[in-house]
Design a protein around this ligand. Structure first.
Ligand code: NDP
Ligand code: HSE
Length: 438
């Protein structure tokens, strides 16, 4: 059979890795796809830049439109990133009747609904396995492997850069900035690394996962997002003292009232497998009503792991080239006309347990005043520890673990506690998740 011609837009970390994996495993990939997959064209910003892959048999251009308009290109692989030029290119490629593979979670999470609608109209596929959790085949697992389940919730470490930062801070006491610079050097971080540390990248991925798990449209703008920038080594140490690990978690939960869609730093009991996912590794725990909890673990970023997912999508696309569009797996797992409009809950209506750290003056009645306010807001305390002051006469840290409570009640209580004259107004608050199978 004739080879399938691929045009890659962007030959950086993931684009270069994709060419390398396609070259290295060419025989195995052809045996699986049934046809040779050949990269004939690629676009870059600078033709002079050194590449991590062999480009000798690839026609390089700085004009990506040359590729998407080329009649010999069967599949376009978008690996530029961002949602401006990349969106324009993907839309034009679809209009030109080309299948698209992308690793671009920002593009899918923010513009996926329109992109998929247009792809369906044109009878082409837009595949995006690499957009979530790097090399872990989580899209395929949830979309196809768990198709018999009602997915109840999922929770994941889905940003490698922030997990790498938290791990290095805990294990080696390294500074946030120092570890972030290393993550950038290793090719893990986004072009704009604030996306990693502010939770935006994780929220892009969570938005995609929630859609394919629950059969709802992509709604990135409704996700609650908190990043890791404000976390300190003290938070990491306190977590360890209480038997928890501190992770940036993406959580999507289907409740009777609506869908929770939230990314935030979270304390997880250290005995949970997810709590022990370190460095750039990602893991996603998915709870289905039939199968129960299932865990998916692997490298969440980097050239070869992400290329593994891109190439798997290419093989899928090539295998489906002769399939009628209506017989292909739907982009968001559920048939496009069967997505439902379950509301995404505002964070005030989400309930979780909390870790609180207050700095209090060492005098009588302080604890009583704090616990009185918590009680008035129906917040039940699981544990409370008053620590020794760091130095003579200094304020004492009080650490409190609460049972699960609606965010609205916690906001009200902390509003009042922070106004107590004997409490410093800056209170540390971190959500706690036990990740049981309920
Ligand atoms: P890089 O910055 O390493 O690569 C981007 C590539 O796009 C570069 O080759 C760059 O060219 C090229 N490019 C940029 N602008 C243009 C333009 N105007 N015309 C043509 N080419 C252009 O990014 P990554 O490979 O890290 O990321 C690519 C995508 O994959 C992003 O969507 C990212 O979110 C996603 N992703 C990344 C992962 C990772 O581990 N890095 C993991 C999973 C997904 P030049 O090299 O000449 O500058
Ligand atoms: N910047 C992302 C991360 C790349 O660190 O997880 C993988 O999507």
């Amino acid at each position: 059979m004739k080879p399938v011609n691929i045009g890659i837009l962007g030959l950086g970390t993931v684009g270069g890795g994709t060419v390398n994996v396609l070259n290295r495993n060419a025989d195995e990939i052809t045996r699986r796809a049934g046809r040779e997959i050949r990269v004939t064209m690629a676009s870059v910003r600078s033709l002079d830049k050194p590449r991590i892959c062999d480009t000798s048999s690839i026609k390089l251009t700085t004009d990506s439109f040359e590729i998407i308009n080329h009649p010999d290109i069967d599949v376009v692989v978008e690996l530029i990133g961002g949602d401006t030029l990349a969106l324009e290119l993907v839309q034009k490629a679809i209009t030109n009747g080309k299948h698209v593979v992308t690793a671009n979670k920002a593009l899918i999470a923010v513009h996926g609904n329109e992109v998929f609608a247009e792809a369906q109209r044109m009878g082409v596929t837009v595949a995006f396995e690499a957009a979530v959790a790097g090399g872990i085949p989580i899209i395929k697992a949830v979309r196809e492997g768990l198709a018999g389940n009602r997915v109840q919730w999922l929770a994941g470490i889905i940003n490698g850069t922030s997990n790498f930062i938290l791990t290095e801070m805990r294990d080696k006491g390294r500074s946030f900035e120092d570890v972030l610079a290393e993550a950038q050097k290793l090719g893990y971080a986004e072009a704009d690394p604030t996306f990693d540390v502010d939770g935006i990248d994780a929220a892009h991925k969570l938005t995609i996962l929630a859609s394919i798990a629950f059969g709802i449209p992509l709604q990135f703008d409704k996700a609650y997002i908190e990043g890791i920038r404000s976390l300190t080594t003290q938070d990491v140490t306190d977590a360890a003292d209480l038997g928890f690990r501190l992770k940036l978690l993406g959580i999507a939960k289907h409740t009777d009232n609506g869908v929770e869609l939230r990314v935030h730093p979270t304390l997880i009991p250290e005995k949970r497998l997810l709590a022990n996912v370190d460095g750039v590794m990602n893991a996603i725990l998915v709870n289905g009503d039939a199968v129960g909890p299932t865990l998916y673990y692997g490298a969440g970023a980097g050239a070869d792991p992400t290329a593994s997912a891109v190439v798997a999508d290419l093989v899928d696309v090539v295998r489906a080239l002769t399939t009628d569009p209506e017989n292909r797996v739907p982009h968001l797992a559920f048939q496009a006309d069967a997505l439902n409009d379950t509301v995404i809950l505002p964070i005030e209506e989400v309930s979780s347990a909390w870790f609180l750290r207050l700095q209090a003056q060492d005098q009588p009645n302080v604890l009583a005043n704090v616990t009185k306010i918590l009680g008035e807001n129906a917040i039940s305390i699981e544990a409370i520890v008053q620590k020794a002051p760091h130095q003579q006469g200094a304020n004492v840290p009080i650490v409190i673990l609460t049972h699960s409570v609606f965010e609205k009640a916690m906001n009200q209580a902390l509003g009042k506690i922070s106004k107590l004259p004997e409490i410093e107004p800056d209170i540390t608050r971190i959500r706690v998740e036990y990740l049981g199978s309920d």
